[in-house]
Design a binder for this molecule. Structure first.
Ligand code: COA
Length: 183
């Protein structure tokens, strides 16, 4: 488990799939800037079993164990020359605006830079998703550019914004402590 100050990230387990599927199939959870097709638990489990082992999905829990959201890191490939770690996240509507996802992204960034010999972490978001932009910017991500008309979502063509943080901007863990740290 990855422990933060207000929340923890726990790897998704069998007992979470029912809630996970309920969340993914609920437009209120997915929000107004993302559009997800409906999926069965069987399909979700199959997709997980076929995933690149360098990917992971976490349940976000409060310190008392209440499940409040999801977060993941996964590989996006660019031809044969780059495999990049990308992150995604969502919080249940009544727990938004409390700083939880800001902490989630801080933990993911620390975890990935501590664990993997990678130079960048990226996030691709709907250009209009202001809360998501804030979460990334508060964690040191920088806007790289717009991918025009990348997707068709909620009845319209949308632009996406690519954000990234590179290792030299990260410097040191801010949320997770390095195992060798005296703190
Ligand atoms: C994006 C999302 C995960 C943010 O989660 P959260 O836990 O509310 O995030 P935080 O509380 O850590 O931070 C949200 C920030 O956005 C700001 N914000 C929220 N709504 C906003 C709005 N409409 N306009 C401007 N800023 C807004 C908050 O004020 C806060 O910034 P601040 O700390 O500078 O005040 C959440 O809105 C969500 O689950 N949305 C649906 C799924 C989604 O879009 N996921 C991202 C896919 S890329």
């Amino acid at each position: 488990m990855l422990q933060g100050k207000k929340i923890n990230l726990r790897v998704i387990e069998n007992e979470d799939y029912e809630l996970y599927a309920e969340w993914l199939n609920d437009p209120k959870f997915i929000g107004e800037y993302v559009f997800n097709r409906q999926r069965s638990i069987i399909e979700i489990k199959k997709a997980f079993s076929e995933r690149n082992p360098d990917s992971c999905t976490f349940i976000v829990e409060k310190k008392d164990g209440t499940r409040i959201g999801i977060a993941s890191h996964f590989i996006t490939k660019y031809g044969g020359f780059a495999s990049i770690q990308e992150i995604g996240y969502a919080m249940i509507p009544n727990e938004r605006g409390k700083g939880y996802t800001t902490e989630v992204v801080g933990i993911l960034v620390d975890y990935l830079f501590l664990l993997k010999d990678i130079q960048r972490i990226q996030a691709l978001i709907n250009e209009e998703n202001t809360p998501s932009k804030r979460v990334l910017e508060k964690n040191g991500f920088e806007k790289e550019g717009i991918l025009r008309r990348l997707g068709f979502m909620i009845g319209k063509h949308v632009d996406a914004t690519l954000y990234s943080i590179i290792r030299e901007s990260w410097v040191e863990p801010k949320v997770l402590k390095h195992p060798g740290s005296k703190e």
